[in-house]
Design a protein. Structure first.
Length: 272
């Protein structure tokens, strides 16, 4: 999880730094310049196709390593290969929710319109990964534990995370006033963020059936190098997929909310 956050922050800073150098003269405060939907719309349009293409390549590479190249586990046999989807999906479900909380704090602090749109754009993908984590976990747990589901601390807290995503989506969709909906959703995202460290540390705080961390920054990997590379490639593919999809989705939200603005009417894609 820490690795994913560091990668996310690194790439985000790199993209923002490049754009700030190019456009530094356009605004006295470049950070607020990029908080404007009009500016971010163009940046997202240029970035998402490249991110999506890279994610596709990494996904194919990771699946090839995980399902065709990696050796069979001596204890779990071929069934262990579900980890190449389950573990990265679980990581992303937590990282995305923390990203939602981050944008929510920015939105409530600076009252930026983009923050609410970014949070809304993240939520469906986070819910998808949380569901994928639960579903692949059940497929893995049945042959290993003899049950599709147990009320384990890790599984239960991940299920709560899935419900938090659904609750956020339902709440923001039910409020017609988008700005009020953004503020209400921000409170849900911020309060619900306390569940993320509970998920991560549940295997240390309680006696659970779920195994410990698959990858640790403080310990040498306990799996073969090809297994580790397959898992990391899948994690990076999922992360780039998330960024690409969020940028694509936020462009749609910008068009919906700014449809009466003059700059939107001048866009080639909205011309009749």
């Amino acid at each position: 999880m820490v690795c994913q956050v560091l990668c996310a922050v690194g790439l985000f800073c790199a993209l923002r730094s490049c754009q700030l150098v190019i456009n530094k003269s356009r605004s006295g405060n470049p950070w607020f310049y990029y908080a404007a939907p009009q500016t971010f719309y163009g940046l997202a349009g240029r970035a998402w196709p490249w991110l999506a293409a890279t994610a596709t390549l990494l996904l194919c590479w990771g699946l090839w390593l995980g399902f065709l190249v990696a050796p069979t586990d001596f204890q779990q046999g071929e069934g262990y290969r579900i980890i190449f989807v389950h573990v990265p999906a679980s990581w992303m479900s937590m990282v995305i929710y923390m990203a939602m909380a981050f944008w929510s704090v920015l939105g409530l602090t600076f009252n930026t319109r983009l923050s609410g749109m970014m949070t809304r754009a993240l939520a469906p993908t986070g819910a998808l990964f949380a569901f994928l984590s639960l579903w692949t976990g059940a497929l893995w747990g049945k042959p290993m534990w003899g049950a599709w589901w147990v009320w384990d601390a890790r599984l239960t807290s991940e299920l709560i995370l899935f419900f938090l995503y659904l609750g956020y989506i339902a709440l923001t969709s039910a409020i017609d006033d988008t700005r009020r909906g953004d503020r209400a959703g921000a409170l849900v995202a911020i309060v619900g963020a306390i569940n993320v460290p509970i998920i991560y540390f549940s295997v240390k705080w309680w006696n659970t059936l779920h195994q410990g961390a698959s990858v640790s920054l403080t310990k040498s990997p306990s799996m073969a190098a090809v297994m580790l590379w397959g898992m990391l490639l899948m994690a990076m593919a999922f992360w780039l997929y998330t960024v690409a999809l969020v940028l694509y989705r936020v462009r749609t939200l910008i068009l919906q909310r700014e449809r009466h603005a003059a700059w939107v009417q001048e866009l080639p894609e909205v011309q009749p």
